[in-house]
Design a protein around this ligand. Sequence first.
Ligand code: PBG
Length: 349
Amino acid sequence: MDTLKKTSQQAISAAYPAMRPRRLRRTETLRRMVREIILTPDDFIYPLFVRPGKDIRKPIASMPGQYQFSVDTLVTEIKDAASLGIPAVVLFGIPDEKDACGHDNSNPNGIVPTAIRAIKDAVPEMIVISDMCFCEYTNHGHCGIINTPGDTHYTPNLPEGYLLNDATLDILGEASVVHAQAGADIIAPSGMIDGMVGAIRGALDVNGFDHISIMSYAAKYASGFYGPFRDAAESPPQFGDRSQYQMDPANKREALKEIALDVAEGADMLMVKPAMPYLDILAAMRAEYDLPTAAYQVSGEYAMLHAAAANGWLDLPRCALESLTSIKRAGADMILTYFAKDAVRWLNG
Ligand code: PBG
């Protein structure tokens, strides 16, 4: 009797908790039952680099397991991704020809339109997203037309070297129509040019592509985490950096303003980039807007995990899946990730 009394007193005493969350963590089955976030192949968008040529599968040194593909090997890679249930890819072109205005981005026989046609031919259900930016196509590596004396677009009252906003909007619209004609399902403007969503929406609509959607890189930061990508896409800026158009990592209110503008201009989906260092921005965007959200786990995030794993400091599958889970938990409906194929394999055990 005495013992029983003591036990029930203990149960309600402040020293022993009445609520015990650990009860639901006791076995893997219980944990599975109460799990809030579950990754599936539908969450992933697989970024791929494509260049002219044949039978090319050139490893990218700073991104283990990632390659520059020619169109033929790209199609094989995409069939593989499709067989794993990955619904979408985003394409980055590495053209042979670069010039001051990035003309090859608007060439119907350029590398990305050619790749899109081949993908749509071989795997028609695969959603093809075209990253819409000029940095891979310009010889100076900036994301549009640069104010240069002697050039047709030269504007004397703007500083030399300044990225010309509105001239760039015109060529963004033009190139987007070319990519849509080739069969792109989604145009994803990534240059942080003011008015890019509206300009592309307008150009698509007047050319009969009102059914093609826009995934805007709405809050894209001037990030050091893009380092490996610039090797992969052979697109580092030849002078200066991108902080006159990409956002300052210190700013959050400004991100919400950028997002509001893109929503007003007709964006169908909103992206934050990079992902892990900007989960607060992603969560704020999720809380304020109802449009589908995406986050881009960028090249540097991928490279960091690989580098640590190669040193034996981190368990790659565990940490990669933990990162992807965190990005989804913070509010991403879709994650652009170089881990797409690996993640599906790891999830399938
Ligand atoms: C611009 C673009 C970049 C990335 C995606 N689109 C590079 C940049 O803005 O410098 C980076 C993606 C990554 O780091 O994985 N076309």
